[in-house]
Structure formats: structure tokens, C-alpha cells
Write a protein that binds this ligand. Structure first.
Ligand code: PMP
Length: 452
């Protein structure tokens, strides 16, 4: 029969049926609980993405600690998804859990700063660099604010993003290339305004394309991840980031680096590890150890330009901020995470584990002659069910093999390993043990043995 990603269709179908049954059979309690209560949620889940996992029905989690999850049917699972980076430093790291207990005695939100806020700002600058900081609750919102400032100070309307990017559910970035032209992404719900008026999509690793877009004089900012982590995984070509920096400066656009995922690269994120020089820095998800928190910071020169703009702005709403942002619980967690959890020592452990994982998976792929490959950025590892390396979002979209990936994800879960949904991402936390990594590699081997 026909091959997909090198796998025989009949073998894949057989595995799909069997693994779905196996998942369901072991979970009577989960099924009963869902039957009793899930229909009160729109679509049966509290957030609609939860339907996009590959398992036949959602797993209900009883508890999580370190790199370990337990579901309500008592399954013990090694967690390599880690909340898709929200828990990249492990579930409930002890210093963060302690900070939560302490802050819980002193109020949860009051729209005023604390001493811990000042402490956190010092840590942020020490770790990420010289930026003038603001606190948001999600990376989506941090990007949204960063973009507003970029537009304000440049007086230009468009953001340049890379085809296949993801920066949160921020309307402005929801564009893609279709037949070489910027278009709104297919599938957007209730999209009412023309996104092509406010965004331009260019292929990653295409500096000529970037320059052509900048030449229009319409681009306020280039918004990019250092590595494309939401479209399989696409690494920057040597010189790509230097080129972006130089072109942004030459054409008067700002460079916004979104480190929300590449914070996996090492201490201070990809920016510090690889010496990038953004005008605006954004990070979210795991930065406060799992407490919803995101940071965005302006270089002092950009902050000055913004202050000048702000001084002439009409009084009234700025369109930035949300009520619960910069609350004392966030600062308690930020301070604890940045000083005691997200340490160079923790990164050394993560790096070593991820290297072991990437090497192990690559070996399995080679052993079975699968036309697949593995990419890694620090603690973040991705296997891709297509040959590589991938150069841009178009290649990444073509490499994505949803039918194969969905079966693999459920089969891995049935062997005690949870990886991220949507694509094949795995994270190694400071709490992840060698034993867990080796179990994942062995499970991957067992599955590929059957498929190939
Ligand atoms: N930026 C990047 C690079 C991301 O990967 C994501 C989420 N996957 C976001 C921003 C948005 O994060 P959030 O959903 O927490 O707002």
C-alpha cells in the first residue's frame, strides 16, 4: 500500500486502532467523569485546543510534579510536553511552590507593585539584558504590546513575520504565504478585518525577501523567534540573524525577538547564548515557573523614543495592559524562578539530557531506515517525520505528517511518554531523569519496529 512518511498505510491503520483501544480500555474513571460533566463546556473541553490532542478523549490529570504526571486512572506518565513550555522547568518547582504559599497569605492581586517586583526587574535585566520592562500575563499579550510600541515609535503599520510562525493568538501575525502572497491564515474564526493591511509574511532564512519587504517603508517591526519552533523546527542559516539585525537597522524597523520557546536554548535564552541584539525582547510561558507571566522589554533607546511619543499622545486609553497583569503572585514566582530554578546549573542538566534524547532518537531513526530527522535547540528536541534539514515554513508545512504523528503520540502515551500535541516536540526539564529519557527512546524504538 502507499507510504506516508515512509510508513505503510496498513501498518499505521492497525496501530491506530489498537492504540486508541488501549488508551480507552485503561481509563474507565476518566470516561465516567467526562460522561458526567464535560458537556457543560463548549465542545466538551475548557479550552478548545484540548480537543486537538491525538488521544481519543482527554486525559484528566490528577497531579504533576517535576517531569511526571499522574492521571485519574492512576497512569504514571513521563512528561516531555511540560505544558508546551509553561512547565519547562518542571511541574511545581519547590522554590516557586514555596513563593506561592507565602504570597497566598498576602493577597493575590492589587494593581500596585511590590518589593519583589523591583527584585524581579533586577534579575530580568541581569539575565536577559538591558531592557525597560513591562509585565503581561501571556506571551500573546506581550507580543501584542511590543508591536503597538513598535508601530507607535516608527509611525508605520506593518509587522513582518515569517511564513509558518506562531506568536500567540495575536491577529496581526495570523498571516501566511499563499502562492507567494501574504494572506490571512486559513481557519481563523470570525476574522473581520484585512490582515494583509497590517502584516507581511516572508520565508524564514530569506534575507532577500526581508529586504524587499523592508524597502516598502511600511514595516514597523520584524517579529521573529530565533528558531522557528512552531512549524516543525527550522534553524536559522549562519548569518541569518546578523542579516536581520543589519537590515532592520538600515531600513528603520525594530527587531522584536520572541524567546517564548527558545528560552530552552540556555541561560538568558537564544539571545544571550548567541549574542542577538533585539530592540524589543519578549518571553512568556515558563518564565515564572508556570505562573501565567510574560515579559516584554524595550532597549533604552527605544524606551526613549516611546517616552517622546507618549508625551505627545492624547490623554486616554493606551490599548495596552490587562487588569491582573503584574500582580504580586507573578512577581513572587518570577523572583523565585529566576533566582532559584532557571539557573545555569539547571540548564546544564537540561542540555545534557536533551542531547542524549536527540542522539537516541536519531539512532532509532537510522536503525529503522526511516526518512525522518531530529532537530534540537537546547532543551527542546523535535523529531520530524520527513527528511531534513528544513529551511523555511513552506518546507516545514510539507514535512508535517499529521496522520503519522497522531498515531505516534498515542502510542508513546500508552508507553508512558507524553510529548507535545500539534507537532513532535519534547522538552527536558531540570527534573527530567536519564531513566525517563531512555524510556522514551525505547518506546520510540518499539513503535518504529512495528511501523518499519
Ligand atoms: N510566542 C511563541 C513563540 C509561542 O510559541 C507561543 C505559544 N506557543 C506564544 C508566543 C503565545 O504564548 P501564549 O499562548 O502563552 O500567549
Amino acid at each position: 500500500s502507499a507510504l506516508i512518511a515512509g510508513v505503510r498505510r496498513d501498518r499505521l491503520d492497525a496501530m491506530k486502532t489498537r492504540e486508541a483501544k488501549r488508551f480507552a480500555k485503561g481509563r474507565p474513571r476518566t470516561q465516567a467523569a467526562l460522561a458526567a460533566g464535560s458537556d457543560r463546556f463548549l465542545g466538551g473541553v475548557p479550552m478548545h485546543w484540548m480537543k486537538d490532542w491525538s488521544m481519543p478523549f482527554p486525559m484528566l490529570v490528577a497531579k504533576a510534579k517535576g517531569a511526571h504526571l499522574t492521571d485519574i486512572d492512576g497512569f504514571e506518565i513521563d512528561d516531555f510536553c511540560l505544558g508546551d513550555t509553561g512547565s519547562m522547568f518542571g511541574h511545581s518547582p519547590e522554590p516557586v511552590a514555596r513563593a506561592i504559599r507565602q504570597q497566598a497569605r498576602n493577597g493575590l492581586t492589587y494593581m500596585l507593585p511590590t518589593e519583589a517586583a523591583l527584585q524581579a526587574a533586577a534579575l530580568m535585566t541581569e539575565i536577559f539584558g538591558d531592557f525597560q520592562w513591562q509585565i503581561a500575563t501571556t506571551a500573546t499579550d506581550a507580543n501584542r504590546c511590543a508591536l503597538k510600541v513598535a508601530r507607535a515609535v516608527t509611525g508605520r503599520r506593518k509587522v513582518l513575520v515569517f511564513n509558518g510562525c506562531y506568536h500567540g493568538t495575536l491577529d496581526d501575525t495570523m498571516v501566511e504565504l499563499q502562492d507567494g502572497k501574504t494572506q490571512a491564515r486559513r481557519g481563523l474564526v470570525g476574522q473581520a478585518f484585512d490582515l494583509t493591511q497590517s502584516a507581511t509574511a516572508v520565508e524564514f532564512n530569506d534575507l532577500k525577501g526581508v529586504e524587499a519587504a523592508l524597502k516598502t517603508g511600511e514595516i514597523a517591526a520584524i517579529l521573529t523567534e530565533p528558531v522557528m519552533t512552531n512549524s516543525c523546527m527550522v534553524l536559522p542559516d549562519p548569518g541569518f540573524h546578523d542579516g536581520l539585525r543589519a537590515l532592520a537597522s538600515q531600513y528603520g524597523a525594530l527587531l522584536i525577538i520572541d524567546e517564548t520557546h527558545t528560552i530552552s536554548s540556555g541561560y538568558g535564552g537564544y539571545t544571550r547564548v548567541h549574542g542577538l541584539n533585539p530592540d524589543i525582547f519578549v518571553v512568556g510561558k515558563c518564565v515564572a515557573g508556570g505562573m501565567p507571566t510574560a515579559l516584554w522589554g524595550l532597549r533604552p533607546a527605544v524606551a526613549e523614543r516611546f517616552a517622546a511619543y507618549d508625551a505627545t499622545r492624547a490623554a486616554g486609553h493606551s490599548g495596552m495592559g490587562t487588569t491582573l497583569s503584574a500582580n504580586p503572585m507573578q512577581f513572587a514566582c518570577l523572583t523565585a524562578n529566576l533566582s532559584e530554578v532557571m539557573t545555569p546549573k539547571a540548564y546544564a542538566h537540561m542540555e545534557k539530557g536533551a542531547e542524549r534524547l536527540a542522539r537516541g532518537l536519531q539512532k532509532v531513526i537510522e536503525k529503522h531506515g526511516a526518512p525522518w530527522h531530529v532537530v534540537r535547540v537546547g532543551a527542546r528536541v523535535e523529531f520530524i517525520c520527513a527528511p531534513g534539514p528544513l529551511k523555511n515554513g513552506t518546507e516545514a508545512a510539507a514535512a508535517h505528517q499529521h496522520a503519522v504523528e497522531a498515531v505516534l503520540h498515542t502510542a508513546l502515551l500508552n508507553r508512558g511518554c507524553l510529548i507535545a500535541p500539534f507537532h513532535n516536540m519534547m522538552l527536558v526539564s531540570p527534573a527530567t531523569r536519564k531513566k525517563q529519557i531512555d524510556r522514551l527512546i525505547a518506546a520510540f524504538d518499539e513503535i518504529l519496529t512495528e511501523l518499519f
